[in-house]
Design a protein around this ligand. Structure first.
Ligand code: G
Ligand code: G
Ligand code: MN
Ligand code: NA
Length: 250
């Protein structure tokens, strides 16, 4: 069977899991939230990375089921955390193009008891945004509810300046390719500085992802980047680990 067929037949509840990655203030390292990242544990092939199934899930439409599962389960987890930090959940343009996405979010918040202010949607522009009007309306409705919306993967793929200009984002998340090449590539450093300035001009925070070294962190701190995320701050955590951490007070 093809992976696409397996994904259609996967009982989402049994084969998908979530891991969480810390997001920190760049200057102090203070915890600001966690990003939920989906994992698919294939019955025969074992763990399959999102890069290898999200694009296919977007093409087949099954991303809608996966996305709902991720949203509900991530919000349910976050509602149990001891510290009221932010939960970031990735969403595809396919999801935000649906008229009922904001309604889904509202239902999930009610059901899980997570306050809207603690949820942030990261719009990952893995496919182009076709229905501009619909996505715009969805983002506006989410923000009216108190949910924040971040632009993910800024600087790569379809995620560029025209998107930033067209939609009212609360945050810019710069793609990890720039962080990862900043030590060796002056252009990457220039692009990062510019993206951070752009955030300052828009009066919205910038988060850099993929931070793996102290030197990368130091550059981002000095460039005025507000938040950072990456392996430097530890591995992804499974839900049980976060619950334990929170119970311990940090
Ligand atoms: O966790 P990992 O680094 O393997 O994620 C790879 C990519 O998959 C990232 O770009 C991330 O945005 C995307 N991704 C992870 N979880 C989800 C999810 O729940 N929904 C969507 N749409 N994308 C996700
Ligand atoms: O949705 P987003 O593009 O933010 O996805 C984050 C992805 O980046 C996840 O798949 C996660 O596993 C991956 N990732 C997070 N931190 C690091 C890092 O420091 N280095 C690398 N190579 N990948 C990372
Ligand atoms: Mn993301
Ligand atoms: Na990203």
């Amino acid at each position: 069977a093809t992976l696409a067929a397996d994904l259609r037949n996967a009982t989402i509840d049994n084969e998908l899991t979530l891991v969480f990655q810390r997001q920190n203030l760049a200057k102090s390292g203070h915890l600001v939230g966690y990003e939920a990242l989906v994992r698919w544990r294939h019955t025969e092939k074992g763990p399959i990375a999102p890069e290898d199934f999200i694009p296919m899930a977007e093409r087949s439409g099954i991303i809608l089921d996966i996305g709902s599962w991720v949203l509900e389960n991530a919000c349910a987890e976050a509602a149990t955390w001891h510290d009221p930090v932010t939960l970031s959940v990735n969403a595809s343009p396919v999801q935000l193009s649906r008229s009922d996405f904001a309604g889904l979010v509202s239902t999930v918040l009610l059901k899980t008891g997570l306050p809207a202010e603690r949820l942030e949607i990261e719009l990952t522009e893995s496919t182009p945004i076709d229905d501009h009007e619909r996505v715009h309306e969805t983002i506006r409705t989410l923000r009216k509810m108190g949910v924040r919306v971040a632009m993910d993967d800024f600087g790569t793929g379809y995620s560029s300046l025209n998107t930033l200009q067209a939609f009212p984002f609360d945050k810019i998340k710069v793609d990890r390719m720039f962080t990862q090449s900043l030590e060796t590539n002056p252009q990457s450093r220039a692009i990062l500085r510019s993206a951070i300035l752009l955030g300052h001009s828009f009066k919205i925070p910038v988060i850099a992802e993929g931070v793996e070294t102290e030197r990368q962190l130091k550059f981002l701190q000095e460039a005025g980047c507000r938040e950072v995320q990456g392996f430097l701050f530890g591995k992804h955590l499974v839900p049980e680990q976060i619950r334990k951490l929170r119970e311990g007070g940090l």
